[in-house]
Every structure is written in structure tokens, then in C-alpha cells.
Design a protein. Structure first.
Length: 336
């Protein structure tokens, strides 16, 4: 059924004995509640911290973090509000949503709230890279208003990406075990283009974050061991880079398996273009496993800020609290 969102996976395969554990409503509910509570807690801490800051660089960084936490919270809230009721009610999707409108909305949400954190992570890494390595390329630090404008641009771009299937490029289809919708991993021209666009954009975002953060960390280490810098407390610099590296590591572990799997599956199925109408059972189950891994990204992201704040780091590394008798080097570009 190429013109509908149904029929991409074999529904009979979703009735195997392992399905009861895979689609347990309590499993999905627990994940959703943990993620929502974590993001709410992180948002409260962020808002509290932002009122006490005088550093413009740190304030703009908190804006990006706030945008990331809000995105993760809304992503969990929107997707869970559809997926969790399905696991409890087991409604017939074709009867409830014959026009595939709910499926298209859920697929859009999966793409939008999935791509946003990756792009925001790359944006944050790029902003810190410029602040540390190109101090004279801009006259002032990014203001709060400009930071929110950048977050809005990321949201807008991700929204356009998610709307491509609605505009005719690719399809959102029901996925195994029938509780969620996502892009279609079948060898159709439109599906192939959309899948590759989504996956390669995500991979590029992760790689850019890695490059920017690596260069920034190396620069910080070199400056801290140099004698040519202006004295300044280094707590904020260390705090921001630790949080950025934590966000990058979590995104890499949670997202790269899914993105690579999408690229491999689509490219391997190219010879069968026009012939394969149903996803193989193993492909369906692997896709579900990788999506579950991606969910951990939304759960762990807020804990990066909660655990790697300056107050926590000072307990682990007390020397961050003590003022140095000798001028400590720092990055003056972080405080223009």
C-alpha cells in the first residue's frame, strides 16, 4: 500500500512471544516519566542559575542549554502522549487514524524532536569554538536575544525537515510493533532521499560537534599551561566545556547507531528498488532497538547540566574553588 502509512511492517510478526516484553506499557511509561521529571528539574535549575549570572558568555550558553532541555521535554511529552496510550489500549491504528494524520504528526515529531538536539549540540559547540579560538572575529559575545534567535532558527530548520514528507518527499509510516510512526526504510526514491537527508544531517552534526569541541578543549589546555594569558577564574570555562563534551558523548552513543543503521539499510536495499514492499522482520526489530537507544538521549541530556554544574564539579575537584596565589591563565575571549 504505497499510498498509505500502513503495510510497511508485517503485523503478524508483531505477535511473537517477545512482543509482550518489548511493548510493555510500564516500560514506556517509566521511561517517559523519568525523562519528563529529569528535564523539568534541569529546566528549574537552569532558570534559577540564569538569574544570578553576570557573564554574557555564560548567559548565552545557558540559553542554548535551556533550548535543548525544552526540546527534549516537549519531544518526550508529545511522543509519549500517543505511544503510551497505544500500549495500554491497543487500539487499531487503521480504524482510529484511517487518513494517517496522527501517524504523520507522530512521524514529524520524531524527526523534529530528534534532529533538534543534534543541531543544537553542533551550534553550541560552534559558538564556544568561536569564543575560544576566534576572539577577534566578533566584537561582542552572543547576547541572550541573539542566542534565542539562533535556537529559533534551529527549530525552524528542523520543522522544515520534518515537513518534507507532508510536502511529498518521503513518507511517514507505522513501524513495528504498531505503536509509532517514523520515516520509511524502503527502496523508494522519495524515501531514500529523505532517509539519507535525515541521517547524514545528523551524522554531520555529531561530527561537527566532535571537531569543534576537540579543538576547543585542546586550546583550553594549551592556554592553561601558558604564561601569556590574563588572570581570570577558569570555573565557567571548565564548566561549559565539560557540559558540552558530555552532551556530545551522549548524542554520539545514543544517535550514531540509528543514523548509521538508516544509511546502511537504505543503501543495501537500493538494488531492490520497486520490489521490496515490506520491511524484513529483523530490520523492524533493530529499528525499534535503536529508537529505544535514542530515547536515552532525551533522558540523559538534562543530567549533564544537573551533575556537571560548577557546584558539583567543585566538590569533585576542590581546587576550582580555591583562588590561586599565582595568576591563572584563561580565555579572555569568553569575557569580552
Amino acid at each position: 500500500q504505497p499510498d498509505t502509512c500502513f503495510g510497511v511492517f508485517n503485523s503478524s510478526s508483531s505477535r511473537d512471544p517477545a512482543q509482550s516484553s518489548i511493548t510493555s506499557p510500564w516500560f514506556s511509561t517509566a521511561f517517559g516519566l523519568i525523562g519528563l521529571c529529569s528535564n523539568l528539574f534541569a529546566l528549574c535549575v537552569l532558570l534559577s542559575s540564569s538569574r544570578k549570572l553576570s557573564s554574557q558568555a555564560r548567559s548565552s550558553f545557558l540559553v542554548f542549554l535551556c533550548g535543548l532541555v525544552v526540546t527534549d521535554f516537549m519531544g518526550l511529552l508529545v511522543t509519549a502522549s500517543v505511544i503510551i496510550p497505544y500500549h495500554f489500549i491497543k487500539f487499531a491504528w487503521a480504524t482510529v487514524d484511517p487518513g494517517c494524520h496522527l501517524c504523520s504528526f507522530l512521524g514529524f515529531s520524531m524527526v523534529f524532536f530528534g534532529q533538534c538536539p543534534l543541531l543544537l549540540g553542533a551550534t553550541m559547540a560552534g559558538e564556544r569554538f568561536l569564543g575560544i579560538n576566534r576572539p577577534f572575529s566578533r566584537s561582542t559575545s552572543v547576547s541572550k536575544r541573539r542566542a534565542w534567535a539562533i535556537v529559533g532558527l534551529v527549530w525552524g530548520f528542523s520543522c522544515l525537515l520534518g515537513l518534507l514528507p507532508v510536502l511529498g518527499l518521503g513518507r511517514y509510516t507505522l513501524q513495528y510493533p504498531g505503536s509509532w510512526c517514523f520515516l520509511t526504510l524502503l527502496p523508494d526514491t522519495g524515501d531514500i532521499i529523505f532517509c539519507l537527508l535525515f541521517a547524514l544531517l545528523g551524522i554531520c552534526s555529531v561530527l561537527l560537534s566532535f571537531v569543534f569541541n576537540t579543538v576547543s578543549v585542546v586550546t583550553l589546555c594549551r592556554v592553561y599551561h601558558s604564561q601569556e594569558s590574563v588572570q581570570r577564574r577558569r570555573d565557567s570555562e571548565v564548566e561549559m566545556m565539560v557540559q558540552l563534551v558530555g552532551i556530545m558523548v551522549i548524542a554520539t552513543i545514543c544517535w550514531m547507531p540509528l543514523l548509521i543503521f538508516i544509511v546502511q539499510t537504505v543503501l543495501q536495499q537500493l538494488p531492490a528498488q520497486g520490489q521490496l514492499q515490506v520491511l524484513p522482520v529483523e530490520t523492524q526489530k533493530l529499528l525499534l532497538i535503536y529508537i529505544r537507544m535514542v530515547t536515552w538521549n532525551q533522558i540523559l541530556d538534562p543530567w549533564v547540566y544537573i551533575l556537571f554544574r560548577r557546584a558539583v564539579l567543585q566538590r569533585i575537584y576542590p581546587s576550582l574553588r580555591r583562588p590561586s596565589l599565582r595568576p591563572r591563565p584563561s580565555i579572555v575571549s569568553l569575557y569580552p
